[in-house]
Design a protein around this ligand. Structure first.
Ligand code: SF4
Length: 366
């Protein structure tokens, strides 16, 4: 076993010795050879060296919709992170196969909630609050979490449809459990008029609920967060406003509420891109999100002064695991009819997770 793994590593290491130009030319050729049998999609946070091959790029919502609507591609190479590839596998047909060029491309936020913790939380919360609770999970969660949510009448949400879906969910039950991203949950609930005193925080590691004394709880947040968006601060915004008084600051809604409150606008990746496209030429805009995307927005919008809110912030290291060598390796494997890193979700998990995803897609269309 160890010998096999060592051989695989040695075989893969040659991809880092090969000239990028050769890999680019080969990927282009293999893509052309495979034609419509292959669909290559990339999340906006992917590096340019990967995005250049994408048939479609998008945020989580758009990529989920593309996966659900494509019935022709036999092989889908998903340049993103693990939960996204799982979602694509759940939403595509059985005969379609989904590949993640590096299986180590996970998501630290998704890993902050597992099904055991959620089962414990559910027992504790229903014992305390009664069973009039609806679970809502951010798409950045494992298939097992989505399955639990689907099985308990809940729904998946993305940052692009959070207001719409949370509005719906708040009408379905007295209490809403939002996981795993506390910031998206808090920002959305506050924007919809839920008072701060009606929002509690579930500490998953300690299995403990924090809430104001005597609070009439409406929303319970899981204590997860994104390590990339957690790096933006109010002080960074204040520093830029002092230097450039006319600056506009836009941030992702995975940022802390204090940061969102100080920004000129907050929203999904799609919202941030649209804001820049629609801004008048010459506008200076600082963007608080993954720096791979901000760098691309700077290059693609030379008529605006787009800049990093925090130039020292790292791009997502997990998204960054997908690179040209991993993509070239995946394409070579597929072309040779060998196993690449196929992502599959067990049928029972997929069945319930799909319920929660379908509910979201239906509500997003409404
Ligand atoms: S940017 Fe944050 S939420 Fe997105 S994949 Fe990376 S860790 Fe996960």
């Amino acid at each position: 076993m160890i010998l096999t793994e060592l051989k695989q590593k040695q075989a893969f290491s040659r991809y880092y010795d090969e000239a990028p130009e050769a890999q680019i030319a080969r990927i282009q050729q293999l893509k052309a050879d495979m034609g419509p049998d292959l669909l290559l999609v990339a999340h906006h946070y992917q590096k340019d060296e990967v995005v250049q091959f994408a048939d479609a790029r998008g945020d989580s919502l758009k990529l989920a919709q593309i996966a659900a609507e494509n019935h022709t591609a036999k092989q889908i190479v998903f340049c993103g992170v693990h939960f996204m590839a799982e979602t694509a596998d759940i939403l595509t047909r059985d005969e379609q196969r989904v590949y993640l060029p590096d299986p180590m491309a996970g998501c630290s936020m998704a890993d902050m909630a597992n099904a055991y913790q959620l089962t414990d939380a559910w027992q504790a919360l229903t014992a305390r609050l009664g069973d009039d609770i609806i679970p809502v999970t951010y798409v950045n969660s494992t298939a097992a979490i989505k399955a639990f949510v689907g099985q308990h009448g809940g729904v998946v949400v993305t940052s692009g449809n959070a207001r719409q879906i949370v509005t719906w969910a708040l009408r379905q039950a007295k209490h809403l459990l939002f996981l795993p991203d506390q910031h998206l949950g808090r920002n959305t609930a506050l924007a919809l008029g839920v008072p701060a005193s009606a929002i509690g925080l579930w500490h998953a590691q300690e299995a403990r609920l924090d809430s104001a004394p005597g609070a009439d709880l409406r929303v319970i947040l899981w204590d997860g967060y994104c390590s990339v968006h957690q790096q933006f601060t109010v002080a960074q915004i204040a520093g830029l406003r002092a230097k450039y008084p006319a600056i506009k600051v836009i941030v992702h809604s995975e940022c802390q509420h204090a940061v969102v409150a100080e920004a000129d606008a907050a929203g999904s990746t799609r919202d941030l891109i649209d804001y820049i496209h629609q801004a008048p030429a010459g506008t200076r805009i600082a963007v608080g999100t993954d720096n791979n995307l901000v760098g691309r927005l700077m290059r693609e919008n030379p008529d605006k002064k787009v800049m990093y809110l925090n130039p020292m912030s790292c791009a997502c290291i997990l998204m960054n695991r997908i690179d040209l060598p991993h993509l070239a390796w995946t394409m070579d494997q597929l072309a040779a009819g060998r196993q690449a890193n196929q992502i599959t979700v067990a049928p029972d998990t997929a069945k319930w997770a799909k319920k929660a995803l379908d509910r979201m897609l239906e509500l997003s269309r409404a």
